[in-house]
Design a protein around this ligand. Structure first.
Ligand code: NAP
Length: 515
């Protein structure tokens, strides 16, 4: 049985203590084990602060960008192997696995290109110089400077590949060494990626902890950054972690999200915009078995369109093969863990008590190609309510699986925006309309509650990646329940790992500092 080692202080550490099995969630076959601890984590921080920070500090943005390009190439070279690991350990169909693995490569390439553009500058300008003295000689200039610390990355189980790469790309380009910790249950892909990446990076630039966090955060100091993706309960613990509080450690949180999709009153289901809406909702329910932080959890449709929407959803979801994701005829695999299945079934039961059934009952399913009684399967479930604003289970709890609830409304844009706000802050919400005044009213009121608003329309339908795809060029994160964090967004993504400093002085000196 493979024991997943951690890569710490330049060598592979087996750890010690009890072992957690990592399984194939379709068959429950054990694939590997992770140790429960026994690593020198304080030593890992020290190695990153000294060796890693020094090595990365000697490189320009362009040189660090070239490293990212090499990592992207390594993913490309091992693509089939990584996809197979994601299918086996993540319950991913091949399409799901490509989304994770290729998404990681694309994000690394995006930041590699940004590094080439930033070249050899050491400071990044933030805005234009501002006259702060009597004459134009005395100015102020905001700049971003490399932080001297360690970036600790804690990732969720659903995107072991992309989650590793999207955080790593921004940290390394900004010049910060990384200690990354994947979620234990699905760590095999991240472990393999680090095996591929480690020989391509300077010493100390990347370290990996497989298994529970243990005392990881006890070593953080001022200047460090902790970037977390996961559930809100874990996030709450991190916000009050004694060392994070004591040292005001920068903490970025990407957490739960009750993303909404709104069908505008002008849209016929048979139109291009209507087709886009249906495709996006069904894709978000079934891709990665609904285990995407950006997946649509709440839908709002005009009351007179509801019967057609239900019919279309039944037709589309009824044709989706569910079972062993390694099979070509399967389009939706199992949930990633037994705990996930238990949580999703509990979430469906809460919704069932307050909504009507449209499709899928309470998630019972007979998966194809797996031994009887095995696997963490839940079928797609659609519920409906005619009181979407007051349906507490709909706006209180994220069901992290193939489940969505459709509420009905009059078509009023203000009501739609208010519905988005009931999620208490989300990563993304989408509205489908070709009526510009309706869209303008909706966006103005909904924007404060969403990190991203996706505006589906006939003109963009043919080239849309859907609201569930996180693009490296746009910020990812959201207010409130979604954690209040922000990642990616092109050059903005570097700022989490840099310090903004306001410089004051002679205009020519400041200009020379910025090259
Ligand atoms: P989780 O249970 O909160 O775990 C997330 C990560 O935190 C894992 O690596 C976990 O390690 C680690 N962790 C657990 N306890 C910790 C502690 N005391 N100190 C430090 N690290 C700790 O979440 P999950 O079940 O993996 O992910 C599901 C949730 O993530 C969903 O709610 C989803 O909405 C959210 N999510 C959000 C985004 C986003 O971008 N906003 C993206 C994906 C997922 P172990 O696995 O070793 O326990």
């Amino acid at each position: 049985m493979q024991l997943l080692a951690s890569y710490l202080a330049g060598s592979w550490s087996q750890g010690s203590g009890g072992r957690t099995p990592l399984v194939n969630p379709a068959t429950e076959q054990v694939l590997a084990e992770a140790p429960s601890g026994g690593h020198d984590l304080a030593g890992a921080f020290s190695y990153a602060r000294t060796v890693g920070a020094r090595e990365l500090g000697q490189l320009t943005f362009a040189q660090r960008g070239a490293l990212l390009a090499a990592l992207a190439k390594a993913i490309h070279g091992a693509r089939e192997e990584l996809i197979s690991l994601a299918v086996a350990n993540g319950g991913n169909t091949r399409g799901d696995a490509k989304f994770d693995v290729d998404g990681g490569g694309v994000t690394l390439s995006h930041y590699a290109e940004l590094g080439a553009r930033l070249g050899s500058q050491t400071l990044l300008a933030d805005g234009e110089p501002i006259q702060v003295g009597r004459t134009a000689r005395m100015v102020g200039q905001h700049v971003w400077a490399r932080r001297r610390g360690v970036a600790v990355h804690i990732n969720a189980f659903n995107f072991p590949g992309w989650g590793l790469c999207e955080k790593l790309a921004c940290s390394l380009l900004a010049g910060m060494p990384v200690i990354t910790k994947p979620a234990t249950a699905t760590a095999i892909v991240a472990h393999r990626m680090v095996e591929l990446f480690a020989p391509l990076l300077p010493a100390g630039a990347l370290q990996l902890l497989v298994g529970p966090a243990g005392t990881l955060l006890d070593s953080v100091l001022p200047g460090d950054v902790v970037a977390f993706t996961g559930g809100s309960a874990t996030a709450r613990m991190l916000r009050t972690h004694a060392k994070i509080v004591e040292h005001s450690v920068r903490l970025n949180i990407e957490a739960d999200s009750l993303n909404a999709a709104i069908l505008g009153p002008d849209v016929e289901l048979s139109s291009e915009t209507g087709g886009l809406f249906l495709a996006d909702v069904v894709r978000d329910m079934t891709q990665k078995t609904g285990q995407k932080c950006t997946a649509i959890r709440r839908v709002l449709v005009p009351v007179d369109r509801a019967p057609d929407v239900f019919e279309a959803m039944r037709e589309r979801l009824g044709g989706i093969g569910i079972g062993d994701p390694a099979r070509e005829d399967v389009r939706m695999g199992p949930l990633a863990t037994a705990q996930q299945r238990q949580d999703v079934l509990a979430g469906i039961a809460r919704l069932a008590a307050a909504t009507e059934a449209v499709f899928g009952g309470t998630g019972e399913v007979t998966p194809v190609g797996v031994p009887a009684g095995k696997g963490f399967f839940v079928g797609p479930v659609v519920r409906t309510t005619n009181a979407p604003m007051t349906c507490a289970p709909l706006s209180d709890h994220e069901v992290f699986g193939p489940v969505t609830t459709i509420g009905t409304y009059s078509g009023d844009a203000a009501f739609a925006a208010e519905f988005v706000s009931r999620g208490d802050g989300c990563l993304v919400s989408s509205a489908y309309s070709d009526e510009r005044d309706w869209v303008a009213s909706f966006v103005g009121a909904a924007a404060p509650w969403a990190g991203r608003l996706y505006l589906g329309s006939a003109k963009m339908a043919a080239q849309s990646p859907g609201p569930g795809t996180v693009l490296p060029s746009l910020t990812h994160g959201g207010p409130g329940r979604a954690g209040g964090g922000e990642e990616l967004g092109g050059e903005r993504g570097l700022h989490l790992y840099m310090q903004r400093t306001a410089l004051e002085g002679d205009a020519t000196v400041l200009k020379s500092l910025l090259g």
